[in-house]
Design a protein around this ligand. Structure first.
Ligand SMILES: [Zn+2]
Length: 212
């Protein structure tokens, strides 16, 4: 049996991402959003198909390409300077089992390689964290809690994810890293269309606050 490679964006046989889809991915970057996550492309059209395609098809080739989009975007915004470590917000154990890999990790490793800095697992899911009963809980209650490794004082850490929606997962991850003294930058391949979200900002304050 011959394993046939098909485009993750349009299903055409051939490359992991065909030329047409490659061009479709170098369009206009999404507008800056209140969550402050640097995203390479809007999560629409072919970009959406390709990001979703990463979950089940040609993931190494697609992952490398999508990581390249993040790196290009960081460089265009001059946000790549000073990054010392790359990490990711780990997905749940259940999801990882279902997929057999963690997309965030795959992207983070490729981004790190392209930036020439180390990639480290710095975050674990905090099963004990509860996010309920706070302002904006209806939007953010599903955000996972994270615990970061110690020893990050003054280190500049880039946290990478595939898709950013409210930004709550990445901000929760950033909050945990900042509690350990890290300086964080957040980046994703794709961003869902604009959300009206002054609502995301209080979450970040909460993440670094120790108040009950
Ligand atoms: Zn294609």
């Amino acid at each position: 049996m011959i394993f046939e490679t098909r485009c993750a964006g349009c299903d055409k046989p051939g490359a992991a991402i065909c030329t047409t889809c490659r061009f479709a991915l170098v369009g206009t970057p999404p507008r800056d959003q209140p969550h402050g996550v640097i995203a390479a492309v809007p999560f629409t059209g072919r970009a959406r198909s390709i990001v979703l395609g990463l979950k089940y098809r040609n993931r190494r080739a697609v992952g490398r390409h999508l990581a390249g989009l993040i790196v290009n975007r960081l460089v265009a915004q001059r946000a790549h300077h000073g990054i010392e470590l790359v990490t990711w917000a780990p997905t749940s154990a259940k999801r990882r089992r279902e997929r057999g890999f963690d997309q965030g990790e795959l992207l983070a490793r490729s981004v790190a390689r392209q930036l020439g800095v180390p990639c480290r697992r710095l975050l674990e899911r905090d099963g004990s964290a509860t996010q309920t009963g706070r302002s904006r809980a209806e939007r953010l209650e599903s955000a996972p809690g994270f615990i970061a490794r110690p020893g990050l004082d003054g280190r500049c850490v880039l946290v990478v994810d595939d898709v950013v929606t409210t930004g709550s997962t990445l901000m929760s991850a950033a909050g945990a890293l900042e509690e350990r003294g890290a300086i964080t930058r957040l980046a994703a391949v794709a961003s869902t269309p604009e959300i009206r979200s002054a609502s995301v900002l209080p979450f970040r304050r909460r993440a670094v606050s120790t108040a009950a």
